[in-house]
Design a protein around this ligand. Structure first.
Ligand code: AKB
Length: 345
């Protein structure tokens, strides 16, 4: 008999590490991870870790032959800045990788006669607002607004949302017999901030970078203008959202893709929060006009009312609580202790 598991791809990334720790405490199902990179020792001990490429068909076939997968958290992706440097590789990993996993989940759903839940983190990068005037005016961007991304990563995320929806609702729609289909659920995350890891390869990285530099007493040159605004979220809320959406009753979900947000800050407001806790922080603003243009195309804030209504979403961490109770104490402890946070994508 195949062993029931939860599968996490891209598990060595920021969300993956936080999710593993949470599942370890709150779920009875064993977790199997798949990542190109090794996991840090502390999380590796909590899972069965497979090191490999999501594009490796033989590896995926082995996974299906050994395990019955209940839920897939498909986190593996190249982020927005990195993807602009290697767009074709980004497309391979972000789109072809997702397609392969959707096929795997579709096969497993049909084989076991029960849908595999496929949880897919999307992003504010799926939006592309045309100009700053529109961005400043439309501060409650809804899921169907401005779906015109201007990055490879954003295009990949938007398309994979559509692919997931297709696999969930229409896959093999002309086949003579209808089989059980997978259950695709996706979240559009704002910029995420973790106390334990520093991101790299993203374009919302200036927020977490500012904070982690301040905690280490290092000067930081912010690569966007003072006034640029996007929504952010502390990592515990990101994990909470993934788990809430996973456990939501399917009949309550009126959409496959949901916005979620916690708080919206301009870069200078972010700096001011950092200064409250690290008054000696040295932050300057030296915009990189190309990365700036990407952030300018992302919404200043989102309308997440559909998530609130359908599956009870609300963040636990507003801006003050995020800094005061989660980010600052953990970051301080981290840098005072022996372990430096890992930089990860
Ligand atoms: C990135 O900057 O690429 C990500 C994102 C906003 O999805 N953090």
């Amino acid at each position: 008999m195949r062993k029931k598991i939860t599968l996490i791809t891209g598990a060595s990334g920021e969300i993956g590490q936080a999710l593993i720790k949470n599942l370890k405490e709150n779920s009875d199902l064993p977790v199997v991870t798949l990542d190109l990179n090794p996991l840090p020792d502390e999380v590796q001990a909590m899972v069965t870790a497979l090191q490999g490429d999501i594009l490796d068909k033989a590896l995926l076939a082995r996974l299906v032959s050994e395990y019955e997968i209940e839920t897939i958290y498909h986190l593996a992706a190249l982020l927005s800045t990195r993807s602009e440097f290697t767009p074709e590789t980004a497309h391979r990993v972000n789109v072809e990788g997702s397609l392969g996993l959707l096929q795997l989940a579709a096969e497993q759903s049909a084989w076991r006669g029960e849908p595999v839940k496929f949880i897919f983190p999307s992003s504010i990068a799926a939006y592309g607002l045309p100009d700053l005037e529109t961005k400043n005016k439309d501060t409650h961007v809804r899921e169907w607004d401005w779906n015109t991304p201007r990055t490879m990563y954003g295009c990949n995320k938007l398309y994979c949302e559509m692919l997931g929806t297709y696999f969930s609702d229409y896959y093999r729609q002309l086949a003579p017999e209808k089989s059980v289909m997978l259950d695709f659920r996706s979240l559009r995350f704002p910029g995420l901030i973790s106390a334990f890891t520093v991101p790299s390869g993203g374009t919302s990285d200036y927020g977490p970078e500012m904070l982690h530099h301040a905690a280490q007493n290092k000067p930081y040159a912010c690569f966007v203008r003072e006034d640029v605004r996007i929504p952010f979220m502390a990592m515990p809320d990101a994990v909470k959202a993934l788990l809430l959406l996973t456990s939501a009753k399917r009949e309550n979900l009126k959409r496959h893709v949901y916005n979620i947000t916690a708080f919206s800050l301009s870069a200078v407001e972010f700096r001011d929060w950092v200064l409250k806790f690290f008054p000696n922080a040295q932050v300057t603003f030296q915009p990189d006009l190309k990365r700036q243009a990407i952030v300018d195309s992302w919404p200043g804030d989102l309308d997440d009312s559909a998530a609130q209504q359908d599956w009870g979403w609300s963040p636990d961490y507003g801006v003050e609580r995020s800094f005061k109770e989660y980010l600052v104490p953990n970051i301080r402890a981290r840098y005072q202790g022996s372990k430096m946070p890992r930089t990860i994508e």
